[in-house]
Design a protein around this ligand. Structure first.
Ligand SMILES: NC(=O)c1ccc[n+]([C@@H]2O[C@H](COP(=O)([O-])OP(=O)(O)OC[C@H]3O[C@@H](n4cnc5c(N)ncnc54)[C@H](OP(=O)(O)O)[C@@H]3O)[C@@H](O)[C@H]2O)c1
Length: 329
């Protein structure tokens, strides 16, 4: 058994959580002494699938969350929260209080989205309440927990942003609509790579600080890196423009390059702040303003130095994996 840190994943059976659990249980398994997945029902196929891969399942008692979380976090070094935003404030605070009571060294906030700290602009009449709620939870965690609190901002997910036309990429129908310039760069990351990044950050941040230079380990960690993990980490698997995506789709799928439609950015920006405007409209304006371009301002080198641990999934990989070519249809 590994002598590495122990980890618990809350919500580890979910859309994002399953990929994080999977990284801990497969590629990075030997770096962790224990991988515990918290679930409300250990009998589901997803939970059982994780158990089959070696996870220790912990069924949370919803009638006694307080004691249940204390038991789940006993002997755990790293706690990863991947609960959805739809959970109650009460559960969010129960989790934070249990994290604060625990002896863990590292806590990951449930972020895994674009870096909302930098998305607002004068054009935004107000901020979505969701972003304010997340920042309040981050403040609370950093105030109450004596260990390290990490927020991992992951750009947009390929699996959502490019699988549905809501952000302007309708790959299935070869149709694209940009707000503002189609040459504006936007960053994306795959769910698989988000899982790997969390595992790497867990290794780096739970490692004891080294007093002398430590040799690189098989998982790429060194003692010095522990101190170098920032509280807010940003990753970007691929950074591309609408034009790049259009050209990749044409090449991979064997279709004619589409004409990219554009919408007036100023008019779209002016709509923000009207009650009921959906979150994706804020995201599309932020995309157009360059605020989701993490091509340079990212921590990719920290989590995956020189791409030596894995190859980041590209748009081309995603399109090949998700969409059949016209030639074969
Ligand atoms: N960047 C993006 O585009 C993007 C997209 C999606 C999500 N995210 C972020 O990723 C994080 C995780 O979201 P997600 O969509 O992956 O979550 P999810 O799949 O909806 O839920 C994760 C797990 O949490 C547990 N859970 C769900 N509702 C619960 C409740 N009411 N009480 C207690 N446990 C509950 C479930 O596990 P059990 O049933 O096993 O208990 C579920 O499998 C969030 O911060 C979210 O905003 C970002």
């Amino acid at each position: 058994m590994s002598s590495g840190p122990s980890v618990a994943v809350i919500g580890g059976t979910g859309f994002v959580g399953l990929n994080i659990s999977d990284a801990f249980l497969t590629d990075f398994r030997t770096s962790f002494s224990r991988v515990r997945i918290l679930t409300r029902d250990a009998g589901t196929p997803k939970a059982q699938g994780l158990a089959y891969k070696g996870a220790e399942l912990f069924q949370v008692d919803e009638d006694d969350v307080h004691s249940s979380l204390d038991a789940a976090f006993a002997d755990i070094d790293v706690i990863v929260n991947t609960l959805p935003t739809t959970v109650s404030d009460r559960l969010n605070h129960d989790v934070l209080r249990a994290v604060a009571r625990s002896g863990a060294k590292v806590y990951f906030l449930s972020e895994f989205m674009a870096d909302h700290r930098h998305l607002s602009s004068p054009g935004f009449g107000f901020e979505p309440a969701e972003w304010q709620r997340r920042r309040a939870l981050a403040r609370e965690a950093r105030r109450s927990f004596r260990g390290k609190v990490i927020a991992l901002y992951t750009s947009l997910f390929f699996e959502l942003a490019m699988a549905h036309p809501v952000l302007g990429f309708d790959i299935a129908n070869n149709e694209f609509t940009a707000y503002g310039s189609p040459a504006q760069r936007v960053s994306f990351t795959s769910l698989r790579d988000i899982g790997r990044a969390v595992a790497r950050l867990a290794i780096l941040s739970a490692a004891p600080p080294a007093h002398a230079p430590a040799p690189a380990r098989a998982d790429g960690s060194t003692g010095e890196a522990a101190a170098a993990v920032p509280d807010d980490v940003r990753i970007a698997g691929a950074t591309v423009t609408f034009e790049d995506v259009r050209d990749i789709v044409a090449r991979v799928r064997g279709v004619a390059p589409a004409r990219i439609r554009t919408a007036d950015l100023r008019a779209k920006r002016a709509m923000l702040g009207i009650p009921g405007v959906p979150l994706h409209e804020y995201i599309r304006v932020a995309m157009a303003e360059g605020k989701l371009d993490l091509g340079e301002a990212n921590d990719n080198e920290l989590v995956n130095p020189g791409g030596s641990l894995w190859t980041w999934r590209s748009v081309e990989d995603f399109v090949r994996g998700q969409f059949p070519t016209r030639r074969n249809e």
